[in-house]
Design a protein around this ligand. Structure first.
Ligand code: ATP
Length: 360
């Protein structure tokens, strides 16, 4: 029986680093607040230096907060040391003990806790099974592949039955195929155990596939919190739209506001767009629109004239850039093998799927 998973609450968290040389202050995390429900898998995603690792390390207690409060469950843990916080972290570097067997690596934390031998054996064997390392318990870390070592690192964290499991870019050292295998494994195990998980990555595919919620960070601030679908379909800012997936940005003007639609002029034409969200809009407003590449169709028929500027076969899709009304649009056409493929310099027609256009 696992111990209970805990929620995580960050309240107005600030982290400042003070430079030793010139005593200048650098704000790595700038007053962020968020709630992670017990049992949820949440990813902190953002470019290098945005403050995601610092945030994770503050939850673990490896870094002190400059101000603000951290709660695990109902408890304020600001003053609680990492070993007493009911969190365990899976590191990018695995951090295994090279001279310990796999079994002893996994059982280490339980031995430190002075658990009795039979109990340790029971728990360790159960976890070995869960992460698919049965039969490897007597090997040493250097006798395992990178993927297997990462499983040991995961097992060592899981065996502690933490209230919150923390992951610091755990798959960065694996090759692309193995990353996909391991991320599916992590998700399976997390779901099986119902573990609250906070996962740091700068890999958007990893974040999209693993998370119940994604927290997009930029320069120490939170840009958006949402499900993968919300983040992709309704990005809160140009930064988010650009960071997640591929986006076309187009300028437009609101000509008329109807009951549940907007008349917008963009790409030299008027278009009716469904009215979504509750952002206040006025007629005459200049707006910025996000159009995903798969929301544009290309063919001999369509609403806009276009000129193909690049055309690339990518296997499952044909990637185009097409000039439309002096804007360059990125287009992704699926199943290119069964369709006409257009070449550079060809005149084409393109159409937009109105329901997929998002107004920032
Ligand atoms: P990455 O993906 O590169 O690890 P990150 O989003 O995890 O990036 P953090 O490691 O949280 O970023 O760092 C945020 C900012 O704080 C960076 O600009 C970093 O240089 C700075 N920083 C982190 N740790 C320290 C420290 N101990 N002293 C001073 N500055 C630090």
């Amino acid at each position: 029986m696992m111990r209970e998973s805990k929620s995580v609450l960050l309240e107005n968290i600030v982290k400042e680093y003070i430079s030793q040389e010139n005593k200048s202050v650098f704000t790595a995390v700038n007053n962020i607040s968020l709630k992670i429900e017990a049992g949820d898998f949440v990813t902190l995603l953002g470019p290098s230096g945005c403050g995601k690792t610092t945030t994770l390390r503050m939850i673990a207690g490896f870094e002190e907060v400059t101000s603000g409060n951290i709660y695990l469950g109902n408890d304020n843990v600001n003053e609680v040391t990492p070993d007493k916080r009911d969190t365990t972290m899976v590191f990018q570097s695995y951090a295994l003990f090279p001279h310990y067997t796999i079994y002893d690596n996994i059982a280490y934390g339980l031995k430190i806790k002075k658990m009795n031998k039979d109990e340790i054996k029971k728990k360790t064997e159960k976890i070995l099974d869960l992460v698919g390392l049965n039969g490897m318990e007597n090997r040493y870390p250097n006798q395992l592949s990178g993927g297997q070592q990462q499983r040991v690192a995961l097992a060592r964290a899981l065996v502690m039955e933490p209230g919150v499991l923390l992951f610091d870019e755990p798959l960065s050292n694996l090759d692309a195929k193995l990353r996909v295998v391991m991320r599916n494994e992590i998700r399976r195990i997390q779901k099986t155990l119902g573990l609250t998980s906070v996962y740091v990555t700068h890999d958007q595919a990893e974040a999209m596939s693993l998370s119940d919620k994604i927290i997009i960070m930029n320069k120490g601030n939170i840009e958006q919190i949402g499900t993968p679908t919300e983040i992709y379909q309704q990005p809160a800012s140009e930064f988010v739209a650009d960071f997640i997936g591929v986006a076309n940005f187009v300028d437009g003007v609101i000509d008329h506001i109807g009951k549940d639609f907007l008349d917008v002029t963009m790409l030299g034409q008027s278009i009716k767009l469904p009215l979504k969200g509750n952002k206040p809009r006025c007629e005459g407003d200049k707006i910025r629109l996000v159009i995903r590449p798969e929301a544009i169709t290309i063919g001999h028929e369509g609403d806009y004239d276009g000129l193909v500027e690049s055309s690339m076969f990518m296997g499952s899709v044909q990637d185009y850039t097409v000039r439309v009304d002096n804007e360059i649009l990125k287009i992704e056409d699926s199943n290119p093998i069964s369709k006409t493929v257009f070449n550079i310099g060809e005149k084409v027609k393109v159409s937009l799927k109105e329901e997929s256009i998002h107004i920032l």
